[in-house]
Design a protein around this ligand. Structure first.
Ligand code: PNS
Length: 170
């Protein structure tokens, strides 16, 4: 039996923390489907096509993965893809409450799909897509926190803002 896991998320954009969790997940599962939530109601920076492109480029050398999108309930998608587990990364305590709720609701909805958590690597403990976008928006250095294609795309998005002249001192 091929043991398939779903690694779901917004991936807006993918970070090196995500890639670390995915690669470590591959030591537990035969195949992992990276599933991008396609929710038009959610405010995102990157379009679904951009997020797919960034994931595909960043994971070009990683075997036994697939990149897909889903909408609706995650457990329904997991069942449809014959996955036995949902893979999630956990960072600091602040992640716990939300992840706990998500895992319990998913379990209530479908008891056959298990949620598996991997603790983030220490290097990535403060890495999140939101904080990276915030830093990039104001021209902060995010080298080493995201794959090169993501760094480039963030610069494209925020380039003009970074080029603003510095404020005059009073
Ligand atoms: O990267 P994120 O934003 O933390 O990922 C959240 C995600 C996509 C895992 C979650 O929002 C999700 O699964 N959404 C689909 C709807 C669903 O099944 N929600 C949980 C049960 S109500």
């Amino acid at each position: 039996m091929t043991r398939i896991a779903i690694y779901p998320g917004s991936f807006d954009p993918v970070t090196n923390g995500h890639i670390d969790i995915l690669k470590r997940g591959l030591t537990l599962f035969d195949r992992i489907i990276v599933a991008i939530l396609h929710n038009p109601a959610k405010k995102v920076l990157f379009s679904i096509d951009e997020r797919i492109e960034m994931l595909k480029t960043s994971l070009a050398d990683v075997e036994n993965i697939e990149i897909d999108t889903f909408d609706g309930l995650l457990v329904d998608y997991a069942a449809q893809r014959k996955a036995i587990a949902i893979l999630r990364g956990m960072r600091a305590v602040s992640d716990f409450e939300y992840e706990f709720q998500l895992a319990l609701m998913n379990r209530r909805l479908n008891r056959r799909v298990q949620t598996v958590f991997l603790m983030t690597g220490l290097r990535w403990i403060f890495t999140s897509s939101s904080i990276i976008k915030e830093a990039a928006r104001f021209g902060g250095n995010i080298n080493g926190m995201v794959p090169p294609i993501v760094n480039r795309k963030l610069k494209e998005k925020f380039g003009s803002k970074n080029a603003d002249p510095p404020r005059r001192q009073a």
